[in-house]
Structures are given as C-alpha cells and as structure tokens.
Design a protein. Sequence first.
Length: 155
Amino acid sequence: MSRKGRNTVTFRAAPKNSAAHLHDMQSRRDHRELWIDKVGVRGLRFPIQVRDKARSVQNTVATIGMFVDLPKEFKGTHMSRFVEALNAHGSVMHVENIRDILRSLQRRLNSATSHLEIEFPYFMSKTSPVSRKKSQMDYLARFDAAACGDEIDLC
C-alpha cells in the first residue's frame, strides 16, 4: 500500500504465488518462554448424534469448547486443527469417542494436555404422573473431559 496525495490510497496486488511465501507464525520459536495452560476455541456449535446406553442415537446440536496447553517454545496454535480433530471423529458422540478426540487434540497440536467441553439438549420421553400421557422433555447434558499425558478425566 502506498499513499498518493492527500486522500488517495493505492493497493498493490500480491503476486499470484505469494501463498508459498507465507510463514507459519504459530510454529515459530518463541523466545519469551511463556507457557500458557489453556488456549483454544469456545462456543463452537456442531451437529452431533448422541449414543445412549441402549445404543440408539439422537440428533442434536452441541456447543463445544476445545483447549490445549501451549508450550513455551511456540508463539501460537492453529485454531483450524481443533475443528479438524472434531471432524475426524464423525458426528456420533460417546464416551470412547471423547477419549479419542482428546488424544487427537494432543497429537495434532503437540500438547501435553487437552480439554473438551460438550453441552447439548437431550430429549427423553416422560410419563406425566397425573394424566399418564407421554411427552418429550429436554434436559441440558454436559460433558467435561481432560487429558494429561495418557490420563483421562471425564466429568
């Protein structure tokens, strides 16, 4: 960009192959040596299928938070890799899948720890105590999970 006159600004087009010259800033070494315990994305809305004990599934929309630690030698993290880790495991959520997503986050983002928060409405059929009629009731379900090395903690 250069200025010409008082109110005129001109932009120069980037060369067609300029993407090849972009530097990966997140992977560059950070000499400040600041370790950050939790970086990531929060409030991501994602369609999921929740599998219950009877192995049936229910379609719903989850609000998801995914986080990892940022080692002191890195300047940042690739936010798109959080969504890639989620997409790689499909849309069905269950306890085993949560463990896989946590480990995938650690692997993809070179982190010792990972955290996953999943919140979604879950519907169940309930019988009214007075009329004895069935109706759908929604419940807010939430899973919080963390991995530190090989240790997994599900809440």
